[in-house]
Design a protein. Structure first.
Length: 397
């Protein structure tokens, strides 16, 4: 039977933290911003208390960062083919600064073996880039990087396998574009004998969204085949959350033991209410109100509904959702995708899935990726690590 993990206001009005409770009794006022207008029909779903009709004010620390970086709102749109190599280089440079000697995250630069390899696509044989991250047993003072043509052998059989999908709207990002998160998961979560695979799926517009999904599924299948007895966890951020949700829904029942989604894309609400299941439309508000627009994310209007996919994660039948493992979902209130995460959590809860939601109040979409140096970014990452540990121990509770 599913249990509900409650959300309670912390001492800071801009933060909400997880607590275990048989019910969720969070109100908008308790979170430090006005109660949303409008109403929902009475329901047992605890997630309905997370409905927002307007975004709360942005946190002063984020506003200060925007001023320092001169970030425009809305952000300038750059063609994907131009943005792809620039974004990849920017991510690598940012990670290098964060892990440089004397930097806060310097410990993440050491004690990890980084092994790129490829997985052949089941669609056309394309070599899908994958990066494998392993903890080095000793000494914890060097990072080993190699690029063998085939998948490397493991130094020891892992007990926990994490498959990671980066974000980027399915248009930008590579297997190492969220390396800081991957390394933090490996070193700081405390998972037993972990290994992490980051999948560099092909991107739009060069390839169809269906190819992105197929590459993501092939990456997961290889990890499962490689480690059939290990506990398998899936993590995805933004559009990587979309992929994480879709491949988990398609995986054999029981194949995945836990899922972490950070600001996930779960619907095509930007193309209209018809793309949100009727039972959840009253809960979905953020895609249709410009108060949720920020310098990090604007309106994601797709030229073709669902990017041509048969369905989005939120449109999965209840029987599919009911077969899913424990989920932890992180959402940011100042995000046009806020309701995507909340509605997916609500759908999971209604299907009887054990689910928890972490709400980051006053901050924009996946801000920890663009500004990892901020204190609140590290707090959000630590909440994610706790969420990952929570989904990993589902069978023990």
């Amino acid at each position: 039977m599913a249990s509900t993990v409650a959300l309670a206001a912390s001492s800071s009005p801009s933060r909400l933290t997880l607590t275990r409770s048989p019910i969720l009794n969070l109100t908008a006022a308790a979170a430090g911003f006005p109660a949303p207008m409008g109403s929902l029909a009475p329901s047992s779903s605890a997630m309905e208390s997370l409905r927002l009709s307007k975004a709360p004010p942005l946190d002063p620390a984020w506003l200060q960062y925007e001023r320092e970086m001169n970030l425009p709102t809305p952000r300038k749109v750059v063609p994907a083919l131009v943005r792809q190599p620039v974004y990849a280089d920017e991510c690598r440079a940012l990670h290098a600064r964060m892990m440089a000697p004397g930097a806060r995250d310097h410990h993440l630069a050491h004690g990890i073996a980084v092994r790129p390899f490829t997985v052949p696509s089941t669609l056309d044989g394309f070599p899908i880039p994958v990066i494998r991250y392993d903890l080095l047993p000793s000494p914890p003072d060097a990072t080993t990087t190699a690029a063998p043509p085939a998948e490397p052998s493991a130094p020891a059989d892992p007990l926990t396998v994490v498959v990671y999908y980066h974000g980027g709207g399915l248009h930008v990002g590579e297997a190492d574009s969220e390396e800081l998160s991957c390394r933090r998961i490996l070193k700081d979560t405390g998972l037993p004998r972990p290994v992490l695979y980051s999948v560099g799926y092909r991107l739009m517009p060069q390839h169809a969204a269906a190819t992105c999904v197929a590459d993501a599924a092939d990456g997961l299948a290889r990890a499962r085949a490689r480690h059939p007895t290990a506990r398998l966890l899936v993590v995805g951020s933004s559009s990587g959350g979309q992929l994480a949700a879709l491949v988990t829904q398609a995986a054999p029942r029981g194949a995945v033991q836990g899922v972490v989604l950070r600001c996930p894309v779960t619907s095509d609400a930007f193309n209209g209410p018809a793309y949100v299941p009727a039972r959840l439309r009253g809960l979905h508000t953020s895609a249709w109100d410009l108060s949720f627009l920020t310098s990090l994310l604007g309106i994601m209007k797709r030229a073709v509904p669902r990017d041509g996919l048969a369905r989005m994660p939120l449109e999965a039948p209840e029987a599919v959702l009911a077969a899913l493992p424990r989920h932890w979902v992180q959402v940011c209130t100042n995000d046009m995708l806020y309701s995507d995460g909340v509605c997916y959590a609500a759908a999971l809860e209604a299907a009887g899935v054990d689910v928890a939601v972490d709400v980051v109040t006053g901050w924009p979409h996946t801000f920890w990726l663009s500004a990892p140096q901020l204190d609140r970014a590290l707090e959000a990452d630590r909440a994610m690590l706790a969420g990952l540990a929570w989904v990993a121990r589902a069978d023990a509770e």
